[in-house]
Each structure stands twice: as structure tokens, then as C-alpha cells.
Design a protein around this ligand. Structure first.
Ligand SMILES: [Fe+2]
Ligand SMILES: [Fe+2]
Length: 298
């Protein structure tokens, strides 16, 4: 990647940022259980028993998963009372996604968040994009809905890295964007040469997420020339746009022209009818926020 504007005075240059990211060991630690479960699900020979045993090593996660699968978010009539039972009823992917969602939100919500960055609002936005991405995938059948949920949940994860390890920089970006009524991304471009999208993509790679997922995070504000799989990226980008459009107080995002074109090719009907279907998704977003954010300080 080339820094296009060598004369620009950034608050911190690209090399320093990357060096600092490389030294942060904690970045590698997507909670061990999520790493393990994520790796396992790419291996088709894994048995339900091995997967249950792995999850059951962490009792805190077990109780949260059971609370989640029995919550209004999943809306099952009968009670699910164990991990093997959850796997049987919901399938591997849903359980993997539950483990990922719970552990990522837990791991990245408590530490070193600077005053001035509202982590609760951040997760509300991410959950809204997750639920909306999932809904778009269900409507269009462009990509696996559960993976779209995770893509939406993680798309802005680079902002949490900025918050935790580059707090002063993040505060400057927020000041500029709020002060001048500009989008986060455009303010960010003035302050640092590497954005939250690239930082998030870097993190996703460290976590050994799939190449599609890395690309969806890395390019959610700018499409690269060569993308391994365009569908997940377009779903997440469109969901991000829709959520911001309905809540302009959070960010003033505009669609990237190339991605808008892809979105129009792939999901014109959903874009044209968004005013009809989005209010319904809002209810689901609220239910998901109630569950995932109950432990995050107000
Ligand atoms: Fe973003
Ligand atoms: Fe976003």
C-alpha cells in the first residue's frame, strides 16, 4: 500500500502505526475459545462431541450461549438446555457465530476505552449492521446469512483498536468529524494514513478469519481492484449504508460508487424497497442489542 500524499502532516505515520500494531500481542488473542471453534468449523470431520467439549471448557461462554439461544433473538419455543442440544437444533454455524459474537463483544468492550468514545453506541451500530446484513443475505441469497451477521458485527472493529491503542488519535478524528459534520472516514483520512478499515482487516487476518471476511472488513469503505469474493463485501457495505442512512447521528456515510454499482446489480429490489422492510429489521436489532449489550456499562 502506498501513502498517496507524502506531504500531508498526519498525527502518526503509517510505519509507526503498523509497528505498534505488530507489537500488540493482545491483538492476536481473539479469545482462545473463539479461535479454536472458528478453526474447527472449517474442518468438516469435526464431531459434534469435540465441538461441544471445546465450548464446554469455558463455562462463562456456555451460560451466555444458552441464554442467547433461549432469548427472544432466536425465538425458539422449547428450552435449549445444553451445548449438544443447541448444536442439534441450531447447527454448527449458528453456534460458531454465537461464540464469536459473544466473545468478541466481551473481549473488546472493557479495556482502555477513552472518554469521548461511546463503546455502547459503537456496538449498537455494529449489531444493527450485523442484523441488517443477515436480513439482506436472507432476502437475496447472495451469501451465508450467519457469516453476513459476523461480517456486519466486525466491519468497524478497527475503530475499537484505535480506541484501545490509539485513543488520542481517535479523539482527534471524532472532534473533526463532529465539529465539521463530516463522515468518520473522511475525517480519519486527514488525521492518519491508515484507516479503521485497514486496521480491522489486519486484525481479521491475525484472527485467521476467512479471506472473504478479511476483505469485507478491509474494503468496507473502498473496493480494491481484486476481491476474492464480492458478495459478502457488498452485503456488509450496503447494510452499513442503510443503517447510517436511518441513523444519521451516528455517521454520515455515503456509498462508495463502485460498491453502489455492485449493490445495484446484485440487490436492486432490496435497495428500492428499503423503506418498506427496514422498520421490521429495527425490531430485531433492538432485541439483539438488548441481549448483547446488557453487560456493557451505560
Ligand atoms: Fe467503517
Ligand atoms: Fe459502520
Amino acid at each position: 500500500m502506498v501513502d498517496n500524499d507524502a506531504n500531508k502532516k498526519y498525527l502518526m505515520n503509517r510505519a509507526v502505526i503498523l509497528k505498534k500494531l505488530d507489537r500488540i500481542d493482545e491483538l492476536l488473542t481473539l479469545p482462545a475459545i473463539a479461535m479454536e471453534v472458528n478453526g474447527m468449523l472449517r474442518d468438516y470431520n469435526v464431531s459434534t462431541k469435540r465441538l461441544s467439549d471445546t465450548i464446554e471448557k469455558d463455562q462463562a461462554i456456555v451460560s451466555k450461549i444458552l441464554r442467547l439461544v433461549n432469548s427472544a433473538f432466536f425465538g425458539f419455543q422449547s428450552k435449549i438446555n445444553s451445548i449438544p442440544h443447541a448444536l442439534m437444533v441450531l447447527g454448527f454455524n449458528s453456534v460458531r457465530n454465537a461464540v464469536m459474537s459473544i466473545s468478541v463483544i466481551d473481549a473488546l468492550s472493557m479495556k482502555n476505552i477513552p472518554k469521548g468514545f461511546d463503546i455502547r453506541e459503537f456496538w449498537k451500530h455494529s449489531i444493527a449492521v450485523a442484523v441488517t446484513s443477515k436480513r439482506i443475505a436472507e432476502k437475496t441469497r447472495l451469501y451465508i446469512p450467519g457469516d453476513c451477521f459476523i461480517g456486519g458485527l466486525l466491519h468497524d472493529i478497527g475503530k475499537v483498536i484505535l480506541a484501545q491503542f490509539f485513543g488520542d488519535i481517535l479523539i482527534e478524528i471524532l472532534k473533526l468529524s463532529h465539529g465539521e459534520g463530516r463522515s468518520f472516514s473522511s475525517a480519519e483520512k486527514e488525521i492518519i494514513p491508515i484507516g479503521h478499515d485497514q486496521i480491522g482487516g489486519y486484525l481479521a487476518k491475525q484472527w485467521h478469519l476467512t479471506p472473504d471476511m478479511v476483505d469485507a472488513i478491509r474494503y468496507h469503505h473502498s473496493k480494491a481492484v481484486r476481491i476474492y469474493n464480492i458478495e459478502l463485501l457488498v452485503v456488509v457495505h450496503t447494510a452499513d449504508y442503510i443503517v447510517n442512512h436511518f441513523n444519521p447521528d451516528f455517521d454520515q456515510m455515503i456509498m462508495t460508487p463502485e460498491l453502489r454499482k455492485d449493490a445495484e446489480d446484485l440487490m436492486k429490489k432490496q435497495l428500492d424497497t428499503v423503506n418498506e422492510w427496514f422498520p421490521e429489521v429495527s425490531d430485531e436489532i433492538e432485541t439483539a442489542c438488548d441481549f448483547f449489550l446488557c453487560e456493557i456499562r451505560k
